[in-house]
Design a protein around this ligand. Sequence first.
Ligand SMILES: Nc1nc2c(ncn2[C@@H]2O[C@H](COP(=O)(O)OP(=O)(O)OP(=O)(O)O)[C@@H](O)[C@H]2O)c(=O)[nH]1
Ligand SMILES: [Mg+2]
Length: 630
Amino acid sequence: MVFPLLFAKKVEFRFKFTKFAQFLKFNMSSLRNIAIIAHVDHGKTTLVDKMLHQAQLFRDNQEVGELILDNNDLERERGITILAKNVSVNWKGTKINIIDTPGHADFGGEVERVLNMADGVLLLVDAFEGPMPQTRFVLQKALSLGKKPIVVINKVDKPNCDPDKTHDEIFDLFFNLGANEDQLDFTTIFGSGKNGWFGPDYKTPTSDLTFLMDTIVEVIPEPHIEEGNVQLQITSLDYSSYTGRIAIGRLKRGHLKENMPITLVKRDGKLERQRVKELYTFSGLGKMKTNEVFAGDICAITGIENFEIGDTVADFENPEALPTMKIDEPTMSMLFAINNSPFFGKEGKHVTSQKIRERLYKETEKNLALKVEDTNSADQFLVFGRGIMHLGVLVETMRREGYELQVGQPRVILKEIDGKKYEPVEILTVDVPEHHSGKVIEYVSQRKGEMLSMLPKGDMVRLEFEIPSRGLMGLRNNLLTATQGEAIMAHRFKDFEPWKGPMPTRINGVLISKEKGISTGYSMDKLKDRGNYFIHPGTDIYTGQIVGEHIKPGDLVLNLCTAKQMTNFRAAGKDDNTVLAPPREFTLEEAMEYIQEDEYVEVTPENIRLRKILLDENERKRAGSKAGLA
Ligand SMILES: Nc1nc2c(ncn2[C@@H]2O[C@H](COP(=O)(O)OP(=O)(O)OP(=O)(O)O)[C@@H](O)[C@H]2O)c(=O)[nH]1
Ligand SMILES: [Mg+2]
C-alpha cells in the first residue's frame, strides 16, 4: 500500500508545483509598477485619484472628497504632495502599483528614492506651462535609472495651451538629457486629469481613462525578476499605532513569507538577524494582509525593528545587500532654539530643549534629507534641509503638535573646493505678463541672477535665470509685489559654483517694540507714517518684538502701548475712530525668509512672531558697535 500513497503524494506535489508556477507566472505577467512624476502642480495627484475612480474603487454612491491622496493636513492646506504614496488598482486583470510623488523641488529626494520601486514612469506635463525646472530634474533621474517613460500631456482643457508645442519641447528635453533610442521613442498621451479623460489626440476627447490604463499595461514592462534569494530595499516607511514602524519596498528577488526569519543589512553593512511579522501588499488606497509576497511586487512589512530607509531585507543565511541609495545632500541650514521670549510657555505644550531635541532626531528617521546637529548650547540645534519649504514643513508640523520654538535665519550651505568658496546655484524660471518683465529682471539681477533666456509663453513671457540660492530668499514676495501678484516662479538646484560675492540684504529696517504690553490703536495711529505694521491693535507684544517694517533703512524702536489720555470721561474705553491699514501677515516661510541674522521667528501653536535676538535696545547697540569694530 505504500506505493500508491507515494504516487498520490507525488501527484499532489506536482499539482501544487504547477499551481504555484502558474500563480507565479500570473503574478509576474500581470503586474506593473509605475511612478507618476512631474513639476509641482502639473496634476499628478488628481490623475492618481482619477485612476482609482476609473478602477471603480469607490461604490457609485460613495462620497469621496477631492484629492483623497493628499491626506495630511498640511498637504490639504497647501494643495501639494509632500510624501510619496503607494496605491494600487486592478485593470483588466493586471495589478498596477502606482506611486504618487511630490513635485516641489524641496522634496525631490523623495522622488529619486521611490523611483527604485518602479519599472516605468508617467511623466506629466502641463500643456500650457510646458516642461519646467522640476520636469527636467525628475525626467533626468528616471532616464538615468533606465525607467520606461510614457509622456502624458495634461490639462489640455486650459485656454491658450499648446499641446503640440509642449510635445516638441518634451522631445527636445529627452534629447538634451541623453535619452537612449528606446526612451526617445516615447509614447505620448493627451488629456485632462481634472475632466477625467485621456486619449491619443487632444482634439478628440474620450470619455474616460481607458486609453491611459491600457497604454500603461501595454508599454510599461512587467517587473524583471532576477534569480536569487530574498532582497528588498526599504524605500519608504509608514507608521501604525498597533504595529509600529512599517517598512515599504519592492521585493527585488526571492519570496517573502509571514513570520519568516531574515537578515537586515544596514546601510553601514552591519547585519541584524530579525523576523518578518506581517506582510501586506497595496490594494486600492489601503494595504491588504497577505501571507506571501512574490518578487516584483511592492509590499509593506511589520515586525522589523531599528531599520532605516536604504537598508536591505535579505536572506537569513546568505544575506546580500543592495547598493545603498544616494541621498540628497542638504543645501540649507537653520538654527532651532527653545523659545526664550517673554511669552515662553504660554501657548505651547512642548517647550523644553529635551523635547525639541527628541522630536528633531526622531524626524531624521524618516525624513532622509534632514540632518540635525547639536551645538555648543544645549538649547540650540542646527537643522539641515533641502530648502525653505522642507524646513518650513517641519516647523509647521511641530507647531501643530504643540511645540513652541524659535528659528533663526536660514542659510545656504557653502562648500570649499580647492581652497575656494562655492555656493549653491539654481535655475529660476519666472512667467510674467510682458509689461512686468523689466521689473523682474531688475530684481533678479540685484540678487546676482543672470538671465539665460526670454521666450514668449501664451500671453506671458518666460524668463530663465541662473541665480545663487541665497538670492532666492524673499524673492517670491518681492516679485509678487512688483508684478501685482502675477509672477509665477519655479526654481531648482543646479550645482555648486564659485561664490558670487556679497548680496544686498533687506533694505528696510524694522519697527521694534519698546514696551511689553498691549498695542493700542491710538499709538499705532500716531506712528503709522513710520512704516507698515505686522500686528493689529490690541495685540500682546513684548520689548524687542518686531512689530512692523520701517519705511527707511535702519531699525526704529517705538512705543505702541500708550493709551490715550482720558481728558473726556465719555471717551473712556473707546480707541477713537482710528483707521489703520490692515497689517502685513506672514506665513511661516515668509517670516523665515524675511528675518536677518540678528532676528528670530518665534513659533508657537497659536502665533508666529518676529523678534530681535537681543531684546534689549542697549544690548543691541553694544553688539552692533562690537560688530562694527570687528
Ligand atoms: N485645468 C486643469 N487643472 C487641473 C487638471 N488636473 C489638475 N488640475 C489642477 O491643478 C492643480 C494641481 O493639481 P494636483 O493634482 O494637486 O497637482 P500635483 O502634480 O499632484 O501637485 P504636487 O503634488 O504639489 O506636485 C489643482 O488645482 C488641480 O485641480 C487638468 O487636467 N486641467
Ligand atoms: Mg500631488
